[in-house]
Design a protein around this ligand. Structure first.
Ligand code: ZN
Ligand code: FE
Length: 255
């Protein structure tokens, strides 16, 4: 059982992902920002699409769907609780549901905060979690619809996954996220090293996504509210990690 993940740049700075299993010939798409690059990637590989997983209702994650479905008859999967804001769903899911993908499965995780009903999909067999605008490379999504404690609960679910898990997030924001991270934890050598490699990748036009959960745990300021330097940077020494997260999120909004 081996899965291949293809990272597809879409629109200005979005990512969609194809997850393909050779043995079963199964192909799943995670988010549909834009039809052309996704259809091209499928055609180049001779893959036909079986499933589309939608993380949340924002246009930059769903607007390519109609054009894709015009060429591929795929099952569309999204949050039952947010179905009225999503494109028509063939399978409505909620937290904890298991959706078969080839010989594996995607476990549905409710990671609300950026939007109400934002989902992540953990595919253990592929060692990957598709997080879109919840946990991002060196960042996390803006809190458009949920309070900080809801996003913190969501991030904690993701933080509990195995550290080698690939975090397939929805945007190429890593360089800008890194500039903010350096104002919060400049004394973190792992962060400094990561930003160097992010700069090098971007200079070559390469994506910095996916990252690994282990990298995020070591360098992402939104996951590091328990660290003294992070607490100190936002004036919250000794406070609990969730409260520090809320303050770091606020600082990023004003950055
Ligand atoms: Zn979004
Ligand atoms: Fe987005």
């Amino acid at each position: 059982m081996s899965f291949e993940i293809v990272t597809l740049p879409c629109l200005a700075d979005n990512y969609a992902f194809l997850l393909h299993e050779n043995d079963t010939g199964t192909t799943a798409l995670f988010d549909a920002p834009e039809e052309a690059p996704i259809l091209r990637a499928l055609a180049e590989r001779g893959w036909s699409l079986d499933q589309v997983f939608l993380t949340h209702h924002h246009y930059d994650h769903v607007d390519g769907l109609a054009g894709i479905l015009a060429e591929h008859s795929a099952e569309v999967i999204g949050n039952a609780q947010d179905a009225d804001r999503l494109p028509p769903l063939h399978r409505k899911v909620t937290e904890g549901d298991m959706v078969p993908i080839g010989s594996g499965a995607a476990r549905v995780m409710d990671v609300s905060g950026h939007t109400f009903g934002h989902l992540a999909f953990h595919v253990e067999a592929a060692n990957a979690v598709f997080t879109a605008d919840s946990l991002m490379a060196l960042g996390c999504g803006r809190l458009f619809e949920g309070p900080a404690d809801q996003m913190w609960a969501s991030l904690q679910k993701l933080m509990a996954l195995p550290p080698e898990t690939l975090v397939c997030s929805g945007h190429e924001y890593t360089l800008a996220n890194g500039r903010f991270a350096m104002t919060i934890e400049p004394g973190n050598p792992d962060l400094v090293a990561r930003i160097d490699s992010v700069k090098a990748a971007r200079a070559k036009g390469e994506p910095t996504v996916p990252s690994t959960l282990g990298q995020e745990l070591a360098t992402n300021p939104f996951l590091r509210g328990h660290v003294e330097e992070v607490q100190k940077s936002v004036g919250m020494t000794g406070q609990d990690a969730g409260a520090v997260f809320a303050k770091v999120r606020q600082a990023k909004d004003n950055f």
